[in-house]
Design a protein around this ligand. Structure first.
Ligand code: GLN
Length: 486
């Protein structure tokens, strides 16, 4: 077993026993990046020097016998949407290509305080808008399982890096599926916690009522470790939940006897690949064998989720992205004729096509005369979708469903068909609209050899339960142990 194939909890044991040093781990990961990333493009920025110096500090702490956290000395990466002090934070956009934040986001601050070693910033779709990482202003990330396939998105760089052993974990963001969908398509674990469980401070905003950070890891136990470090109240984010953070490492133990799992019939519709549907059904059978009680449930408003999302998300995006005007920070054109010319050309040159499409859509749905017909209506339908989940959670503890209707698709295949691209998030979006926690877990492979993922969705703040179900599934299957040969 190569070092880069190991999980965080395994590396932690090795670090404690001094069988390996943080410097060795960091060098192993940097060597992987050096060798693979010219092709994979999972990173926008690699911070080798800072990483080696953080690793040295971690090793000093380990040899001094200090108390260690499960993340001490572990090399990880971060989606380039999280502000990192003195390190470029681009959001994969031309408009922020030279932006260097003067502060760390809360997520990054907590990871650093826990002793994690940050090796770089992962590629993504510009402003997290996309499902394939083809909307990055820099490069297209490749799927480590097949270089002509997309890795999913928008946290495609995070998922590809973890799958390829270029980092041991990453933190991404999930507004409509952007952690879970790339995790599914790259064969790793991706978790979106309850809205508000993790602070959004210093996380560049796309759609503020939906955005949530979440771990991308090799297995469920590692997701519990990362979540335990980054979750929790933050006075700097008024929407962060002020409730204690459970010990998630305790959640990943124990059995699931009597656990009631609902399979929503609306998630097995036309357009869902047979291999995907079969893999999820097999997983349900495996859970039944472990003592879970599986039954069919209905989430009747699922068919409206994508339309609702693209009204709410674009409305919020158009407002959030108004701040990029060439005045305060980010790109500004040279020699404008006047103020209006500066605004217009800065935004025209700085933003990519998908971002412009969403700003226009969002401005339209919020405009006087259309607000009631589109934005207000979407907010009402969002409540119906949330109510669907409330009803189902009266009879089951968890929902099990496919994460994505198909395995990874080809690079360029959906790029010019935004509607097809939007539909790839049909099963992840409802969870964001309802603010609920979800976790995507590898559950098989297609005939072509591409990973398939399934997700557990839980009640608000039931992270512990979805982690437990996920860990139980991984205890009886070995899909998560497969890695691409690179
Ligand atoms: N793919 C969806 C979109 O394009 C979700 C993105 C996300 O979760 N950030 O908006």
């Amino acid at each position: 077993m190569k070092l880069y194939n190991l999980c965080i909890h395994e590396l932690h044991e090795k670090l404690k026993k001094k069988e390996v040093s943080s410097i060795e781990l960091t060098e192993a990961v940097l060597e992987r990046i050096e060798r693979l990333d010219e092709t994979l493009h999972a990173f926008i920025t690699v911070t080798a020097e800072d990483a080696l110096s953080a690793a040295k500090d971690a090793d000093a702490r380990i040899s001094s016998g200090d108390e260690l956290t499960p993340l001490t000395g572990i090399p990880i990466s971060i989606k380039d949407i999280f502000c990192t002090k003195d390190i470029p934070t681009t959001c994969a956009s031309g408009i922020l290509k030279d932006f260097i934040p003067p502060y760390d986001s809360t997520v990054v601050k907590r990871l650093k305080e826990a002793g994690a070693v940050i090796v770089g910033k992962n590629n993504m779709d510009e402003f997290a808008m996309g499902s394939s990482t083809e909307n990055s202003a820099f490069n297209i990330t490749k799927n480590p399982w097949s270089p002509d396939k997309i890795p999913g998105g928008s946290s495609g760089g995070s998922a590809a890096a973890v799958a390829a052993g270029e980092s041991f974990a990453s933190v991404g963001t999930d507004t409509g599926g952007s952690v879970r969908q790339p995790a599914a398509l790259c064969g790793v674990v991706g978790m979106k916690p309850t809205y508000g469980r993790i602070s959004r401070y210093g996380m560049i905003a796309f759609a503020s009522s939906l955005d949530q950070a979440g771990p991308v890891t090799k297995d469920v136990k590692d997701a519990a470790i990362i979540l335990g470090v980054i979750a929790g109240h933050d006075p700097l984010d008024s929407t962060s939940i002020n409730k204690p953070v459970p010990n998630y490492l305790e959640s990943v133990q124990g059995d699931i006897k009597g656990l009631k799992i609902g399979i929503p019939k609306e998630y097995f519709i036309e357009g869902v690949g047979k291999e995907v549907a079969d893999a999820v059904k097999d997983a349900a059978l495996a859970m039944e064998k472990e003592g879970a009680v599986v039954k069919e449930v209905s989430l009747p408003h699922t068919e409206y989720a994508v339309a609702t999302y693209y009204v709410v998300a674009t409305a919020e995006a158009s407002s959030n992205l108004a701040r990029y005007d060439g005045v305060k920070y980010g790109y500004r054109i040279d020699e404008p004729n006047d103020l209006m010319d500066m605004y217009c050309r800065t935004r025209d040159e700085g933003f990519g096509a998908e971002v412009k499409r969403r700003i226009m859509l969002g401005t339209y749905v919020l405009s006087a005369g259309y607000y009631d017909a589109y934005y207000k209506k979407a907010c009402e339908v969002r409540t119906l979708i949330r109510n669907d989940f409330d009803e189902v959670f009266k009879v089951v503890d968890l929902i099990l469903a496919p994460t994505s209707p198909t395995p990874a698709f080809g690079i360029g295949e959906k790029k010019n068909d935004p509607l097809q691209m939007y539909l790839s998030d049909i099963f992840t979006i409802p969870c964001n609209l309802a603010g609920l926690p979800g976790i995507s877990i590898p559950c098989g492979f297609s005939e072509e050899g591409l990973p398939i993922g399934m997700q557990f969705i839980g009640r608000s703040l039931a992270e512990d339960l979805i982690l437990k179900a996920g860990a139980c599934y991984q205890g009886i299957t070995d899909w998560h142990l497969m890695s691409p040969s690179l």
